[in-house]
Design a protein. Structure first.
Length: 132
């Protein structure tokens, strides 16, 4: 069963209306308005799986969206650009719950327990970890 409802998905999309970066962030997988950047070429399959997940779960918008897959030690992070960075730290519990549900489903889809979503500014600099 899907964790998030259409209402909360709408809040998620509104909060995280993803915007284009315009800079070079390494290798990329493109599909429609979505680009998933990744530095390590070995992560291309995971980046493709993330792009597929984003599309299948209707997380794409009509706007250009950029995501960035990074790895630090044993942990993968999917960096998501927030449209309004000021309101992210005061994210309502229900919206955080939606993001945690998306993170959980991605972990299952990717078969990767060391995977987290990080909310970033337009330069992929972290501003909020939904797990903290």
């Amino acid at each position: 069963p899907k964790f998030y409802t259409l209402k909360f998905l709408s809040l998620f999309i509104t909060l995280l209306l993803l915007v284009a970066c315009g800079s070079d962030y390494g290798n990329e997988v493109r599909g429609g308005n979505l680009t998933v950047f990744f530095v390590n070429e070995n992560d291309q399959e995971m980046a493709e799986d993330i792009a597929r997940f984003w599309k299948e779960h209707k997380l794409m918008t009509n706007e250009k969206q950029d995501l960035q897959l990074t790895k630090s030690g044993d942990w993968y992070s999917l960096n998501i650009i927030a449209n309004e960075t000021k309101s992210v730290k005061n994210m309502p519990f229900e919206e955080r719950k939606v993001l945690l549900g998306v993170q959980r489903e991605l972990r299952e889809e990717l078969n990767e327990s060391n995977f987290q979503l990080i909310i970033c500014n337009s330069s992929f600099e972290p501003i909020y970890n939904i797990n903290e």
